[in-house]
Design a protein around this ligand. Structure first.
Ligand code: ATP
Ligand code: MG
Length: 311
């Protein structure tokens, strides 16, 4: 039996899951999206996806670890200082990247069309990029989420301030930190910047950060991530296992399914009164650090799930 992993040989979670699958006797095809188009080839011939000139028809299940799309970085100052960015040819690169993304996305959507199981479907990756849509989808299905305003209009933001106590902001498409609004952010000069691009504003939820991994129909691991920062990422002090109440587990599984995923890492806040709010379902969560801290085999369970879905 073969299982596909969409990612890259040199990407940590790709080879971690590949190793486990191989130990379980499965042959793995790594579909490398990092080195495409320079070193690997993807084709779509009369509706048939080909990778490196070969069909992938025998593979029933693909784990989508990383679809390497090139995204613009947010911190341009850092980028300029690093001297790494090549401004020459940026337009040609932009056009090529657009073409590349179109083929890659189509290739992955065609797998679903051909009856393959993708963990997770490429459509659910859009939900990570389209954060206002994901939060609306969750909210409309009765999942508790923070009050949210996505806008390029300072007047709407002033109205929002009357409804919520503290406000955090983050990029609409994700990929940078989440911060609390401070006095400087309310200055005229800062707010004028909204006319350049919209921002995702949200009610700041007090309490501990919780990460819950959901696979299939179950929460397979969950922990509290202690931090002193608003955004815990890169500032984790300690991770401790937590057993979530059954009704919260059910909400997590429901949220994942609403997002069309079979595996996710959900970011939640546990409020001081013990209630929970869901911030986001991540379509391709990292789990190795968490697994090491908690001592629960998320990778192995994922591999076993991929195998069971292949029959
Ligand atoms: N409304 C909020 N209240 C309190 N903390 C928040 C809130 N939103 C985000 N955070 C903190 O920031 C972290 C990252 O937030 P989230 O995953 O929603 O967006 P993002 O980081 O911009 O998305 P991406 O994963 O695409 O980079 C959360 O796990 C949490 O620690
Ligand atoms: Mg996130």
């Amino acid at each position: 039996m073969r299982i596909g992993i969409v990612g890259a040989e040199e990407e940590l979670h790709t080879w971690y899951v590949k190793d486990i699958l191989e130990e379980l006797g499965v042959e793995v095809l790594v579909v490398d999206t990092l080195n495409y188009p320079a070193r690997v080839t993807f084709s779509i011939k009369n509706g048939f996806p080909l990778y490196q000139e070969k069909e992938v028809e025998d593979i029933k299940v693909f784990y989508l670890r990383s679809v390497f799309y090139s995204h613009p970085p947010y911190d341009l100052e850092e980028l300029r200082k690093s001297g790494k960015f090549d401004y020459d040819g940026w337009y040609e690169n932009y056009v090529a990247e657009r073409e590349r993304q179109s083929q890659l996305t189509s290739w992955l959507k065609i797998l679903t069309l051909r009856g393959k199981k993708l963990v997770n479907p490429i459509e659910s990756f859009d939900l990570h990029f389209l954060k206002p849509f994901q939060i609306t989808l969750l909210q409309r299905n009765g999942i508790p989420v923070p009050k949210t305003l996505v806008t390029n209009n300072p007047r709407e933001l002033f109205r929002f301030r009357e409804e919520v106590k503290n406000i955090v902001y983050k990029p609409v498409a994700g990929g940078a930190g989440c911060q609390l609004m401070n006095d400087k952010d309310w200055s005229k000069e800062r707010l004028q910047l909204l006319y350049n691009a919209p921002v995702f504003f949200q009610e700041y939820i007090e309490g501990d950060n919780v990460r819950a991994y959901v696979l299939g129909d179950d929460v397979i691991s969950s922990g509290v991530i202690y931090t002193d920062n608003v955004d815990y990422r890169g500032h984790e002090k300690r991770i401790e296992k937590i057993i979530l109440p059954d009704e919260i587990k059910e909400i997590c599984v429901k949220a994942m399914k609403i997002c069309g995923m079979a595996f996710t890492g959900i970011d939640l806040k546990m409020k001081p009164d013990g209630t929970f709010v869901i911030l986001e379902c991540n379509p391709s969560p990292m789990f190795i650090g968490f697994e090491k801290a908690i001592g629960e085999p998320i990778g192995k369970k994922l591999a076993q799930f991929l195998i069971s879905e292949s029959y």
